[in-house]
Design a protein around this ligand. Structure first.
Ligand code: PMP
Length: 444
């Protein structure tokens, strides 16, 4: 610090320019090389400006939560059980909550013992822990293409190599899975697990067809590949339908992740992992070294909510709210999108995956969309290998139906102009068209 308290000006390091920006650059572990800010995070700053309709983020809509009665419950909880609620707990999680989690999983055909459940700080922590205990640098994780950006971040952080498996409207394609396994095996790669989001996929918006589920499990079992089933949206099917969890068919070869983020409150950060007993033991050791234990108060809030509120009725309210928004988005896409665009039609969850015509580069187009006051998540962020340049994820979970319709109208205008530019100049990715700078990760 200088005398007036400001940071001294840095002397540029000509030999190593990166050091001029970060004096610690030579000290970081190699694994940090794979840690980059996701494109979605980089977008947050611009997308949250009020004039911009953000179809980019995946924030659950909490407007329907009964905040007053929740406040009363929390206050009661701290007054009555504060000595326990504000204390350390076990790394495994609060026993009563683990029992309730088993009842929730039974809705998707899972029969599990509470001992095999570990509560985590959101299912994101479970993704991190599972990757930590299974993946050495260079190991291969198979994942749908596109895939959840937070999972790709965890795999990158442990230097695992992701190989994508194609999807269609019925989810992961078994034939593409066979091919991916054959290719990785032929080049001597070591596959650790298949990461899959079978229901209401993020970002794909599709669901793995029931008749494909047994086949996917069979292929993995045949090749000795563990399945990591990530299911935060399973109870958010718009018709109230649930699908049999992969875990319900093959308990010994599936690690299952669940979360209260989309069905209750994402800010409490309570999720879980259900794993074969020996795997669960390893996960508890890994979790202890990361967090000692998940937050006791938050777990008790969730547990109390489940026992005192009509949580199934609340999920129904969420489903209806999301269905209305999905309908607003699909209707507006149908009405406004230029010829040549296609998109998925989700039966649940938060997301539509849109494919633009040949030549459009959605990442290059994004600053121009923001100028037109609409934001989306461009497709390449959902792949490890730069695929997805013609795709984008559109979230309908958070804005009101009117804002969604307006956002889609603005996006359609942007795309129409973009396609005109493509016709005149060629692909947008290689062209320099004036527009605001894309936000840098540092501004997010
Ligand atoms: N998996 C998927 C597929 C998700 O979409 C998300 C959140 N967007 C998560 C895991 C992480 O959820 P959380 O940590 O809030 O439980």
């Amino acid at each position: 610090m200088s005398e007036n308290g400001s940071q001294p000006a840095r002397t540029p390091d000509k030999q190593n320019p990166a050091r001029s920006l970060d004096a610690h650059v030579d000290r970081y572990a190699q694994r940090t090389a794979g840690m980059t800010a996701s494109e979605i995070r980089a977008l947050f700053a611009v997308a949250s400006r009020p004039e911009v309709v953000s179809l980019a983020g995946g924030m659950p809509n909490l407007a329907a939560l009964p905040l007053d009665s929740l406040a009363a419950e929390v206050s009661h909880l701290v007054a009555q059980d504060g000595q326990v609620a504000l204390q350390y707990g076990s790394a495994h999680g609060v026993p009563q909550l683990r029992e309730q989690i088993c009842e929730i999983m039974a809705l998707e055909g899972i029969s599990a013992h509470p001992d095999d459940v570990m509560v985590t700080v959101g299912s994101q922590m479970a993704l991190d822990m599972v990757t930590r205990i299974f993946c050495d640098p260079g190991d291969v994780v198979l994942a749908e293409g596109p895939s959840y950006v937070g999972a790709l971040g965890s795999f990158a952080a442990y230097q695992a190599d992701v190989v994508h498996v194609a999807m269609d409207d019925d989810g992961l394609q078994p034939e593409a899975l066979r091919q991916a396994i054959a290719e990785v095996t032929a080049r001597g790669g070591r596959i650790k697990f298949l990461y899959t989001i079978p229901n209401f996929h993020n970002p794909g918006g599709v669901t793995l067809a029931v008749q494909r589920r047994a086949e996917v499990l069979e292929i993995c079992a045949q090749h000795g590949i563990l399945v990591l089933e990530d299911n935060p949206y399973g109870l958010l099917g718009f018709d109230g339908q649930t699908y049999p969890a992969l875990r319900s068919t093959d308990p010994d070869n599936v690690v299952y992740l669940g979360s209260f983020s989309k069905t209750f409150a994402s800010g409490l950060r309570v999720g879980w992992v259900l794993a074969p007993h020996a795997v669960r033991e390893k996960l508890v050791l890994a979790a202890e070294s990361a967090t000692l234990c998940p937050p006791t108060l938050n777990q008790m809030i969730v547990s109390r909510y489940l026992s005192t509120h009509d949580w199934k009725g609340q999920i129904k309210v969420f489903r209806e709210q999301y269905r209305e928004r999905r309908d607003a988005m699909l209707g507006a896409l149908e009405q406004h999108m230029p010829e040549g665009c296609s998109w998925t039609c989700p039966d649940g969850g938060f997301y539509v995956w849109l494919t633009a015509p040949e030549g459009v580069d959605t990442k290059a187009m994004l600053p121009r969309a923001v100028t037109q006051r609409v934001a989306y998540a461009s497709g390449t962020g959902f792949y490890r290998d730069q695929l997805g340049s013609r795709q984008m994820r559109l979230s309908y979970c958070y804005p009101t139906p009117e804002r969604i319709r307006e956002g889609v109208r603005r996006l359609a205008n942007t795309l129409t102009e973009e396609m005109e530019l493509v016709r005149t100049f060629g692909t947008t990715g290689r062209r320099s068209v004036p527009g605001p700078q894309a936000p840098s990760p540092d501004t997010a």
